[in-house]
Design a protein. Structure first.
Length: 129
């Protein structure tokens, strides 16, 4: 399976990278500096050329306290960026999994996070049961 991960520099993105690397899938992972999800003009050609089967959209503006002051940036990444990823995924026929928050995972151990990741992916029927 070909998997594209946005937000590869974050906690959840790193967990997915470790999981799919160990699984041996083809992995395309992008940090904020490597792929600007707010720029559909640059995002769409990348998605079309890579043609992932699965897109794990982990990119987000995560500075909760700063989001009130920097609401335009937070909106651009969390709303418009997510829309751009959704549209690009639809165009190429990729399954998209989007995470709105991981705050509840912060106190979990790595094993628990890995199990949660597997359960989330099973819910979206992207892993064999």
């Amino acid at each position: 399976m070909k998997v594209l991960i946005t937000g590869a520099g974050g906690q959840l993105g790193k967990e997915f990278i470790a999981y799919f690397t160990a699984k041996g899938d083809t992995l395309y992972s992008f940090t904020r500096k490597e792929l600007d999800v707010t720029d559909a003009t640059s995002l769409n050609p990348i998605m079309k050329s890579l043609k992932p089967d699965l897109v794990l959209h982990c990119a987000a503006y995560t500075k909760v306290d700063a989001a009130e002051e920097n609401w335009k940036e937070a909106y651009a990444v969390n709303a418009l960026g997510t829309r751009n990823i959704a549209v690009a995924s639809e165009v190429i026929g990729a399954k998209l999994v989007y995470f709105s928050t991981i705050m509840y995972l912060m106190e979990c151990k790595r094993v628990i996070i890995t199990n949660l990741i597997k359960q989330i992916l099973l819910m979206y029927m992207v892993l064999p049961s």
